[in-house]
Design a protein around this ligand. Structure first.
Ligand code: HEC
Length: 107
């Protein structure tokens, strides 16, 4: 009996932790989406719903997500973007959120 209740407790805690991690991921993506709409949408297509106007030749976020770029490469770019992309004052946390949002297109 004790073993069974311990197992249930372990399963319950496992599910709870997984739920909390999922909620955290969702919050992070949502924060990234808001940042992207505010800071990136003038040049990039940042969602499947956006219809421009944007600059020619600038990769859309869904395209970036499906490209071979790793998270580390995206982070490096966003930490130190090169012209013609402007240098955006993003914090580490904001960069992580934006990357989580970009990744959501290839999940
Ligand atoms: C004023 C226009 C502008 C804004 C605003 C802008 N970008 Fe860019 N971005 C560009 C251009 C232009 C390129 C293409 C640069 C190139 O290919 O040389 C680019 C390229 C990129 C790339 C690809 C880099 C690579 O590996 O080739 C990423 C990722 C990116 N932008 C993310 C973002 C994010 C995230 C934001 C918002 C936080 C943002 N950009 C805001 C113009 C902009």
């Amino acid at each position: 009996m004790r073993i069974v209740s311990t197992m249930f407790l372990a399963m319950f805690l496992g599910a709870l932790t997984a739920n909390m991690a999922q909620a955290q991921d969702a919050r992070e993506r949502r924060a990234g989406e808001l940042l992207s709409r505010n800071l990136c949408a003038e040049c990039h297509i940042v969602s499947d719903a956006q219809r421009g106007p944007v600059l020619d030749g600038v990769p859309s976020f869904p395209t970036l997500a499906r490209s071979k770029r790793t998270n580390a490469q995206l982070r490096a770019w966003l930490t130190d973007p090169h012209p013609p992309m402007p240098d955006l004052p993003l914090s580490e946390r904001e960069i992580a959120s934006v990357i989580a949002y970009i990744r959501s297109f290839s999940d």
